[in-house]
Design a protein around this ligand. Structure first.
Ligand code: UDP
Ligand code: XDX
Length: 223
């Protein structure tokens, strides 16, 4: 039986990169549906996604990454869900296939893609916090309660990691060689980028604190 796979791409002002991400996803030819959730973008992200003829949900205002992912989940049906960020650079078909393989083969419940040999700055972040990656594949049925995701903002990846801990899921770390993303500073300039980086760190820390997550424990989740 061929398993159905949905791709969800949350995107907030990613006009520079979203086209290439969609193009590579289409080229992989593994997705039954591709859904872009534009999280209040004002820069042409929506039109760019529509140009590639994929389902595009244009949220009227910015509601945060976790809520945008949740809208994507509600608007897809496949038994396997893949999340990719809209700001990826150098994404290749093989990256997507490697990410999805452990789930399609039913060897694992969730996979987390980690950048290596992309760029030093983005490699470093993923080396110390691999569980923050936005590149994941998972079985839909592990997401039976997503209420917390809606309010998680940049705690979204910790939400998924928390599920993995609570349900004792089998989680595979998948190396995505050569992949990187546009950083906040590249998107918004040094000062605005730095401020949004600090906000993101706060949201991640806040999710950690509210859910009594343990850094050492979290680091043991991926195999
Ligand atoms: O409020 C937000 C913030 C981010 N994103 C998307 O989530 C992904 C990962 O975002 P990232 O961590 O790179 O943060 P950003 O650079 O967007 O602040 C990208 O596709 C973003 O466009 C989103 O949908 N809503
Ligand atoms: O690599 C990181 O430290 C952050 C932010 O990256 P940038 O500030 O855009 O370089 O991105 C990761 O963490 C975010 C928060 O959990 C996730 O939303 C991203 O998908 C992930 O790449």
């Amino acid at each position: 039986m061929n398993k159905k796979i949905s791709l969800i791409i949350p995107a907030y002002n990613e006009v520079e990169t979203i086209g290439q991400v969609i193009k590579t996803a289409k080229k992989s030819d593994i997705f039954n549906e591709i859904v872009v959730v534009s999280d209040g973008s004002t820069d042409g992200t929506v039109q760019k996604a529509l140009n590639y003829n994929v389902k595009t949900i244009a949220l009227p205002s910015n509601i945060g990454k976790g809520a945008a992912m949740s809208v994507g989940i509600d608007n897809t049906t496949s038994e396997i869900i893949v999340f990719l960020d809209g700001d990826l650079v150098n994404l290749e078909v093989n990256h997507i296939k490697e990410l999805v393989k452990p789930i399609v083969l039913d060897d694992f419940d969730m996979s987390c893609g980690v950048f290596i040999e992309g760029r030093d700055s983005t490699d470093f972040a993923q080396k110390i916090t691999p569980w923050l990656t936005g590149q994941r594949a998972l079985k839909r049925d592990v997401l039976d309660c997503c209420a917390d995701l809606k309010s998680s903002k940049f705690g979204a990846e910790l939400f998924l990691t928390k599920i993995a801990i609570e349900k004792s899921l089998k989680v595979k770390k998948v190396i995505l060689k050569g992949l990187t993303h546009r950083t906040k500073e590249e998107k918004r300039g040094l000062i605005k980028g730095f401020i949004s980086r600090m906000k993101m760190y706060w949201q991640v820390f806040d999710y950690f604190r509210r859910n009594n997550l343990n850094y050492n424990h979290i680091n043991t989740v991926m195999k």
